[in-house]
Design a protein around this ligand. Structure first.
Ligand code: YOG
Length: 135
């Protein structure tokens, strides 16, 4: 049985989002707005199938994938790039590699108690986010 990520998760902290956005080439004005956001993750999981919505007052981002199956990701509304994306299990962690123009791009999710952790990487930057499960 894989870990259960289902639920609505609200952001509580967002460390070095600025560095991550700069590494992605997000322009200054967009970064100013994006930094103020407290996004919510709405995750629907059925076994190895995931629907992850990242919701905010500015933009939303939608990802659907099956663990172990590479797919073409277009980061619409983010940096608008194309990646060959693969998510795999590392025990109960979800490990994502986003192959494309940017080196070392990907993310890792894991859960500790009622907290959802997310580390976003691009080039030499790591952004560390924590979300808390909504009641
Ligand atoms: O999530 O890959 O949970 O898809 C990363 C933002 C800000 C837009 C969000 C909107 C990167 C302007 C998705 C913020 C910065 C800044 C809310 C992270 C790019 C543009 C959408 C992500 C995975 C793992 C699932």
């Amino acid at each position: 049985m894989p870990a259960d990520y289902n639920g609505t998760w609200n952001m509580v902290s967002n460390d070095n989002f600025e560095g991550y956005m700069k590494a992605l080439g997000i322009d200054f004005a967009t970064r100013i707005i994006a930094k103020m956001l407290k996004p919510q993750k709405v995750i629907e999981q059925k076994g190895d199938f995931f629907h992850v919505q990242t919701l905010s007052s500015f933009r939303n981002y939608n990802a659907e994938f099956t663990v172990g199956v590479e797919f073409n990701e277009e980061t619409k509304g983010l940096d608008n790039r194309k990646c060959k994306t693969l998510v795999t299990w590392d025990n109960d962690r979800l490990v994502c590699v986003q192959k494309g123009k940017k080196n070392n791009r990907g993310w890792i999710h894991w859960i500790e108690g009622d907290q959802l952790f997310l580390e976003l990487s691009c080039e030499d930057q790591v952004c560390k986010q924590v979300y808390k499960k909504a009641d």
